[in-house]
Design a binder for this molecule. Structure first.
Ligand code: HEM
Length: 145
């Protein structure tokens, strides 16, 4: 009984702890982005290695899922734009994010075809899209990341 109580306490501590450390994102979009960041780090590291394709595909699924979820939100930077420009700003952001989702699908197809050279190239394009997306739509104080 005592051991059970101990296990339960440890399990609770683990859940609470991981929730606290899961993300320091300040917005819902930021939380999706943090998840994309974790997946993309691994993808970049192992995209050229065909023996890791199954795992890379799983990470691409996470990347794509969170990129699709990001379409529902608006960048925090919107509030700093003149009222007349805000609608267009969000439309442009969504169009860019849609293109990123398409890159995820292309990466998926390349990995399924075991074309790791193409997958590596697409991964580079994703890095460029990330850089461009952050330059245009992410607030200045968050660009360090
Ligand atoms: C490989 C692709 C990408 C990765 C790994 C990535 C990762 C990240 C990370 C780690 C953050 C900081 C999250 C936080 O703590 O708040 C962030 C923020 C942000 N990213 Fe990305 N990102 C990617 C692509 C994009 C693209 C394509 C766009 C735009 C089309 C974009 C727009 C933003 C915006 C707007 C924020 C600030 C969040 C907010 O305004 O609430 N990101 N991203």
């Amino acid at each position: 009984m005592k051991i059970r109580a101990l296990i339960l306490t440890l399990a609770c501590a683990l859940v609470t702890g991981s929730a606290a450390f899961a993300s320091d994102a300040e917005t819902e979009l930021g939380a999706k982005m943090e998840k994309m960041g974790g997946a993309f780090r691994t993808i970049r590291r192992q995209v050229a290695d065909a023996s890791k394709n199954a795992d890379t595909l799983a990470k691409v699924a996470t990347l794509k899922e969170n990129a699709e979820a990001s379409l529902k939100f608006e960048p925090a930077l919107k509030k700093e734009k003149p009222a007349a420009d805000q609608k267009k700003f969000v439309e442009n952001y969504r169009a860019e994010m849609k293109k990123f989702v398409e890159l995820c699908s292309k990466l998926e197809a390349a990995l399924k075809a075991n074309d790791n050279a193409l997958a590596t190239k697409i991964c580079g394009q994703m890095g460029d899209a990330q850089k461009a997306g952050h330059k245009e739509y992410k607030k200045e104080d968050k660009k360090k990341k």
